[in-house]
Structure formats: structure tokens, C-alpha cells
Design a protein around this ligand. Structure first.
Ligand code: PMP
Length: 409
């Protein structure tokens, strides 16, 4: 049920990893392409040429932002579609093993499940306690089987930022391909794709203050043969995707990409300060607070924090002035322990008390202070009535009870 908030009593949005508001500058850039410049890029007349010019400019902007060539950018409906196209079609063609890490986003786990149903070999790669991919394990696996590896550059639940260059190098050393899910990274961390040498990369417009329903697939020219649809029209997205291209959305993605790339370093610095402020204040107010994921390899906009003795979902409901998430938006409606924290070997009681606070372009210091205040009060309240908290304080190892399923939902 939607609670009826008036505009100025709406909770503070701290869920930028789920989606971002469209930047008004992006909307302004898109508007002419609805009612004035509305042609179909495939039409041979003036209107088609006009739309095609806008599409080409948008594609060129994105290619420049990534330092790749214009014919390596394919517009899709979003990262999920980009990943589906690149992974499913490549594995179907090459009939090789699909490798992905256990902390991947649900969209990639779903692809792995689909491949397993199709009797294709799938291998889940290990991560360490900090959420970083175990490179030695990856190498040992690739020595035995070549294939396509999919890695999430910035994890949507923890913000863990993989050291991607050595991962790409190992994949290529063993004649394997690499797909990078950059949905939480694109436009937020510096990336020179030519230098990084990705084979495929997925991203979505709505994570970078652009419109929903548009994404990109970066596909290196030499790999397009794996994902091109036989007998398709090569003039539409290089024969990789069909249908009428939504020019206003493509223009919106390009504008969002341009604006984001203009301020990556400054924004990283600002978000790092806000992250540090949140962590120091909440740790100062409360005992038994845990920050999940690497502290050194982390995108600062995503903070995964556990309030031991409280359930993440209960905290979320209690902290009414802020809109946060108990995991990724795609899985947070399920009351199970996060597969990401589980794969990192985080104890069940810590995992179950975790929340994701994700900050972005419009987050202020004042917003952080409100979040700290609400979460402190909510934690104190919940702990005061929590039997689990009493057991923790009495030194009882409650994780044994998780194993027996007592606290399972
Ligand atoms: N990968 C990651 C890491 C994500 O965070 C998301 C969105 N939550 C996706 C893929 C899927 O993006 P979309 O829903 O825009 O296709």
C-alpha cells in the first residue's frame, strides 16, 4: 500500500543503487525528441535522417565517454537485456563454460540458471570475506576450461569494487572472454574501456540519472560475430537487436552519460566524505555495527551496514524518514539472507541485520545526519525488545540457531 506523503514529507531517498531520479538536464535534452524530432531512424526521408543524426550523436557521445569506437555501442532496454544478449548468445555459439561469481546480481544468476537448464556448464567463482574475487581460484578454473567469465564491477548490495584489470588479463591469458556488469559502475568510477580491454559490458540509464528502459551493451568489434542474429537487418543495432530504436531514450542516456562523466572524480570525493561521516557517526552512537565488504575496494555510494541484534527489514520499517533497502531492490522483497553476504562468509546474524544505504548526486550532509538519527533510534528501540540482542549480550552464539533454522523465514 502506498502511504500518502505530501511532497515535503516524503522520506529522504537513500536508495540510489536501486534507481536514480532523472536529472532535469537529461529530461530537457530528451524533450525535443518526443513531439518535434520524432522520425523513425529507418525512414529514408527527412524525418528519418533527422532522428538518425540524433541517434548517431548519442552513440558517439557514449563511445567517447568510454574511449571505444562508435560501432561497439549497442542500445538495449537496460543492463539485464545487455547481459542476456551477450552471455546467452556467446555461450550458445561457443558451447563453452560460463563462469560467474557467487555475489553476482540476480539478473546474471538467472542467466546462469537458464544455462544450467540448457545443460551448459556453469561454474560459480569464489569471493573472499571482503567480497573480492579470488583470482587464484579463477586462474585454476580457467586452466581447466576456457569460457566466458562474467564479473560485477561494483556490487549492487555491498559496493565492493573489483580490481578488474588483473581479472581481465587472466581471462585473456587463458583465451577466455569477459563480460563486465558495470550497472553500478558506469559513469560513477573512471573507466577507459580500450585500456581495460573488456569483451562485453552492460549498463543501464536509470542508474546514472537517465531514463528507465534504456541501456547499453558494449561489445568489442571482434566479438560481435558471437551475438549477431543470423539474417537480421545489419542496419539496426549492427544486427544484434531488432525493433524501432527509442531515440528520446538514447539521447537521454547519452546526456546522462556526459553529465556523469564530467564529474566522476568530484562526485567520488564528495560521496567518500558522506560515507565516512555516516560510518563514524553511526559507530559512535551504537555498539556492534559492522560494515560489510572491503573498505579499500569500495564504491563509496553504497554502504552495506549491519546493526547486530536487529532485523534489517524491521529497521527499515522503523526508520520512517529515510527510504533505504535491506538488500538489492530485486531481492529485498524476499525475507531470506542475502546470497551476496552469504557467499562472503558473513555470519547469518550479521547478514540478517544488514541494510543498504546508497547515496548519490542529491544526497546532503543533512540527509546523512537524519539517517544516522533515525537508524540510531530505531536500533535502540528494537534492541530493547529483542530476545536475540539479549542472547548476544549474554554471549550465546545465536548463529548455531540459524543453522537449525530457528530464525529462518
Ligand atoms: N546488474 C546490477 C549490478 C544491478 O544493480 C542491476 C539493477 N539493480 C542490474 C544488473 C539490472 O539492471 P536493469 O534492471 O536496469 O536491467
Amino acid at each position: 500500500m502506498l502511504i500518502n506523503y505530501s511532497a515535503n514529507t516524503k522520506p529522504i531517498y537513500l536508495d540510489y543503487a536501486a534507481t536514480t531520479p532523472c536529472d532535469p538536464k537529461v529530461l530537457d535534452a530528451m524533450l525535443p525528441y518526443f513531439c518535434n524530432i520524432y522520425g523513425n531512424i529507418n525512414s529514408l526521408h527527412y524525418y528519418g535522417a533527422e532522428a538518425l543524426e540524433a541517434l548517431t550523436n548519442a552513440r558517439q557521445q557514449i563511445a567517447n565517454d568510454m574511449n571505444v569506437s562508435i560501432d561497439e555501442i549497442i542500445f538495449t532496454s537496460g543492463a539485464t537485456e545487455s547481459s542476456n544478449i551477450s552471455i546467452l548468445r556467446t555461450i550458445e555459439r561457443l558451447k563453452q563454460c560460463f563462469f560467474t561469481d557467487q555475489t553476482q546480481h540476480a539478473s546474471i544468476i538467472n542467466i546462469a540458471n537458464r544455462l544450467q537448464l540448457l545443460k551448459q556448464p556453469v561454474h560459480f567463482l569464489k569471493v573472499n570475506k571482503e567480497g573480492l574475487l579470488d583470482i587464484n581460484y579463477l586462474e585454476s578454473q580457467l586452466k581447466e576450461n576456457k569460457g566466458l567469465v562474467s564479473v560485477c564491477l561494483v556490487n549492487n548490495e555491498t559496493g565492493v569494487w573489483q580490481d578488474i584489470k588483473p581479472i581481465v588479463e587472466i581471462c585473456h591469458k587463458y583465451n577466455s572472454l569477459i563480460h563486465v556488469d558495470a550497472t553500478q559502475a558506469y559513469g560513477k568510477i573512471p573507466m577507459d574501456i580500450k585500456d581495460l580491454d573488456f569483451d562485453f559490458m552492460s549498463a543501464s540509464g536509470h542508474k546514472i540519472y537517465g531514463p528507465k528502459g534504456i541501456g547499453i551493451l558494449y561489445c568489442k568489434k571482434s566479438n560481435q560475430k558471437y551475438i549477431r542474429v543470423p539474417r537480421s537487418n545489419p542496419d539496426i543495432e549492427f544486427g544484434i537487436r531488432a525493433g524501432t530504436i527509442p531515440v528520446p531514450l538514447c539521447v537521454g542516456f547519452a546526456e546522462a552519460s556526459k553529465l556523469s562523466h564530467q564529474c566522476i572524480d568530484k562526485e567520488l570525493e564528495r560521496l567518500t566524505k558522506l560515507r565516512k561521516l555516516f560510518i563514524s557517526k553511526i559507530k559512535n552512537n551504537l555498539e556492534e555495527i559492522y560494515i560489510n565488504g572491503s573498505e579499500t575496494h569500495t564504491y563509496p555510494g553504497i554502504i552495506n551496514v549491519s546493526f547486530r541484534g536487529c532485523e534489517g527489514e524491521s529497521l527499515m520499517m522503523e526508520a520512517k524518514r529515510i527510504a533505504i533497502s535491506s538488500g538489492s531492490a530485486c531481492t529485498s522483497n524476499k525475507l531470506t539472507i542475502s546470497h551476496v553476504l552469504n557467499a562472503m562468509g558473513i555470519a547469518p546474524d550479521i547478514a540478517q541485520s544488514s541494510l543498504r544505504i546508497s547515496i548519490g548526486r542529491y544526497t546532503t550532509e543533512e540527509n546523512i545526519n537524519t539517517a544516522v538519527e533515525d537508524l540510531t533510534n530505531a536500533t535502540l528501540k528494537l534492541r530493547s525488545i529483542s530476545a536475540v540482542w539479549d542472547m548476544i549480550k549474554a554471549g550465546i552464539d545465536i548463529n548455531k540457531r540459524f543453522e537449525r533454522g530457528i530464525y529462518k523465514h
